[in-house]
Design a protein. Structure first.
Lengths: 481, 173
């Protein structure tokens, strides 16, 4: 494991630490140096490989004569069949396993609006994750659109070629509108990972943290720090699971979000989703800042802009006994895990792979897409999102739940087909599936389809068709950050 | 409002508020509500930016209107644990139309309700009450003024039979 970072001036030092979370003497400097090296290498590799995915044929082409089957004239009969029944496109083409990764580039990573061209390398990377982890063929599709309505319309027009749509890196609150509209209009699942993926992974971790600390979601007092895409979705899912809205306190850069806060009328116009949250929670009965929100709270779910020291240890000390702290800002968590643990946190999770308990979208989205594609689902709703979260939590419990094992790591790939099967089976129960198979049939399919990309990559690498990294000796890949 | 409109009783039992004419003593509580509405209007157009002295002006206008027989200022007062708290305001006035018939126009200038009192039918109740009271003052038609870009208001009034009849177009000099 990579050394965990810890801010300088940590008062207690190593003595009080309950778990072996290693200390880095100067995290900021180390972080900057690592990021710099990684950035240089990423640009060099991008130049070398010039893209991360390509399409390959999956049917035999023995001679030019075979094109009479795969293309005209033979293919006309296939088109006729689909004309008679458009849903046959899922059986007679690759639509069943093909998705679009659509972005307008308006909130690229944490960087802001860099435009659609700059979004392409990120979308290619996402397509690589979809393929590698989920066995899903994903097409990167950055689009230049003048308005949110145009974005919706564009996706609606390209939907006939795809089995599902993944929206990516779209600014809040535009992303709420786009997801809602497309979910309403399209006959295929639409997903926005920054909302649903993050929320589902968070909920999965939270369910296990509640279990470990003997809490019930119905009586838990929770603070959500940040009211962007992820936490607005998380709040909605929490309420769907029975969390009392009056025990839910949302805090943003202006403090606790209450119904009478000065900017609430503005939110009504600009961000109705956050406005509804303000009305439903009304600060969980509290006013003031994050310190006031955290006093006696059981849970902190922080998904805010990464500013180190956003959450002070004394505020964690003021929380209920044995609190749960999710500090999910990347790359710098709102509070360093060791600091939170010293301040009494029973369980800490972050967004980083170098600490225990990484809350990571990649635990969710490949499996959700595998599931909805295998069920040929018409839609994704919150019940499906929750089914994914619950299954991820259950799979972790089955593999040994512990304060530093709330969620599977990305190496525990055996979990993913189970999440996919749970999603597909839920789509059947909800009447959203075109393919109504049993849970075990879905599981078998998911396992097979999620294994395929690794087998393909192995063959292509061994044949030299996927060239080795130019800047390192051939051999097994090194550990990732 | 159409002729088949009937005003509900003024203390409707299902409402989480009581509505009554405002008095001079209510003005300090009404000013922040009126100012919140004007600040909301800022969202819709830069030419609706509030003046630095908006609070003082709001106070003056409210005092004037409360004493003016052709004006109407209503205070929505909470019930239960928020009894006595003023949670909403309606400001309206009767105007004479010099060129058109019907002649007496009841103009709803401002309706503001604190966020927690919204989405419960209170706004509709305020509109119906204001309409009935304007009618009692002789209004033959009721109109509402709000920023053109305020789609929420457009929908609210549109659903209740209002349609746009004149427009105010502006250009900064």
């Amino acid at each position: 494991m990579v050394q965990a970072a810890e801010p300088p001036g940590d008062p207690e030092g190593d003595r009080a630490r309950r778990r072996p979370v290693a200390v880095d003497p100067d995290p900021a400097q180390n972080e900057a140096a690592q990021t710099e090296a990684l950035s240089r290498r990423a640009v060099a590799l991008a130049r070398h490989y010039q893209g991360k995915i390509e399409t390959i044929a999956k049917v035999p082409v023995r001679s030019q004569h075979d094109f009479a089957l795969w293309y005209t004239p033979g293919i006309a009969a296939v088109s006729r069949a689909i004309e008679a029944d458009p849903d046959a496109s899922f059986d007679l083409t690759g639509r069943w396993n093909t998705i679009a990764i659509v972005t307008d580039g308006s909130r690229l990573l944490g960087l802001g609006d860099l435009g659609p061209e700059a979004a392409l390398p990120v979308m290619e990377g996402k397509a690589l994750l979809f393929k590698t982890l989920g066995g899903v063929d994903a097409v990167p599709l950055p689009v230049r659109v003048p308005s949110r309505e145009a974005l919706v319309e564009t996706v609606e027009r390209i939907a006939p070629g795809f089995g599902a749509i993944n929206l990516e890196d779209i600014a809040s609150p535009k992303c709420f509108y786009v997801l809602e509209e497309l979910t309403r209009r399209l006959p295929i699942p639409v997903w926005h990972d920054d909302q649903l993926g993050t929320a589902a992974a968070t909920i999965a971790g939270l369910l296990n943290a509640l279990e470990l600390t003997g809490r019930s979601i119905r009586t838990t007092r929770t603070v959500l720090l940040g009211a962007g895409a992820a936490n607005v979705a998380t709040a909605r899912l929490l309420r769907a699971m029975g969390h009392d809205p009056h025990r839910l306190t949302v805090v943003d850069h202006k403090g606790i979000l209450t119904a009478e806060r000065d900017d609430v009328d503005e939110l009504m116009v600009r961000n109705p989703w956050k406005y509804r949250l303000a009305l439903e929670t009304d600060g969980g009965g509290r006013t003031g800042g994050l310190d006031a929100a955290l006093a006696e709270a059981d849970v902190l779910l922080a998904a805010s802009t990464p500013v180190p020291g956003t959450v002070r240890p004394e505020w964690v000390r003021s929380m209920a006994r044995g609190p749960i702290v999710f500090a999910l800002a990347n790359p710098i968590p709102e509070i360093w895990p060791a600091t939170a643990l010293e301040a009494g946190a029973a369980i800490v999770a972050t967004g980083r792979s170098d600490f225990p308990n990484q809350v990571n979208n990649s635990l969710i989205f490949p499996a959700v897409f595998r599931g909805v594609l295998d069920a040929r689902a018409r839609s994704i709703n919150d019940e499906i999102v929750l089914a994914a979260a619950r299954e991820l939590a259950a799979q972790t419990r089955a593999r040994g739940l512990a304060p530093d094992h709330l969620l599977p790591t990305m190496e525990e790939t055996a979990v993913f087909p189970h999440v996919a099967a749970a999603v597909a089976a839920r789509a059947v129960v909800l009447g959203l599936a075109r393919h109504r198979l049993s849970h075990d049939e879905f599981l078998a399919r998911a396992e097979e389809r999620m294994r395929r990309p690794a087998a393909l990559a192995r063959v292509l690498t061994d044949a030299g068709l996927i060239p080795p990294m130019p800047d390192e000796p051939a051999g097994p890949a090194p550990g990732r950050r | 409002m159409t002729e088949h409109h009937t005003a509900p009783p003024s203390d409707s039992p299902s409402m989480p508020i009581n509505l009554r004419p405002a008095t001079a003593a209510d003005v300090p509580a009404l000013v922040p509500l009126l100012v919140r509405l004007k600040r909301l209007n800022e969202e819709f157009d830069p030419l609706l930016k509030v003046r630095p002295d908006v609070d003082a002006r709001a106070e003056e206008i409210l005092v004037q209107d409360i004493h003016n027989p052709s004006s109407l200022v209503l205070a929505a007062v909470g019930v239960g644990h928020e009894a006595d708290k003023i949670v909403g305001v309606v400001r309206a006035q009767i105007r004479e139309r010099p060129f058109y018939a019907p002649v007496r126009e009841g103009v709803i200038q401002d309706i503001y309700l604190l966020p927690l009192y919204r989405r419960r039918g209170v706004g509709e109740y305020l509109l119906a009450e204001a309409t009935a009271r304007l009618q009692a003052k002789g209004a033959e038609l009721v109109t509402a003024e709000f920023p053109t870009q305020n789609e929420i208001a457009t929908r609210f009034y549109g659903k209740r039979g209002f349609r746009p009849i004149t427009s105010l177009h502006a250009r900064r000099l």
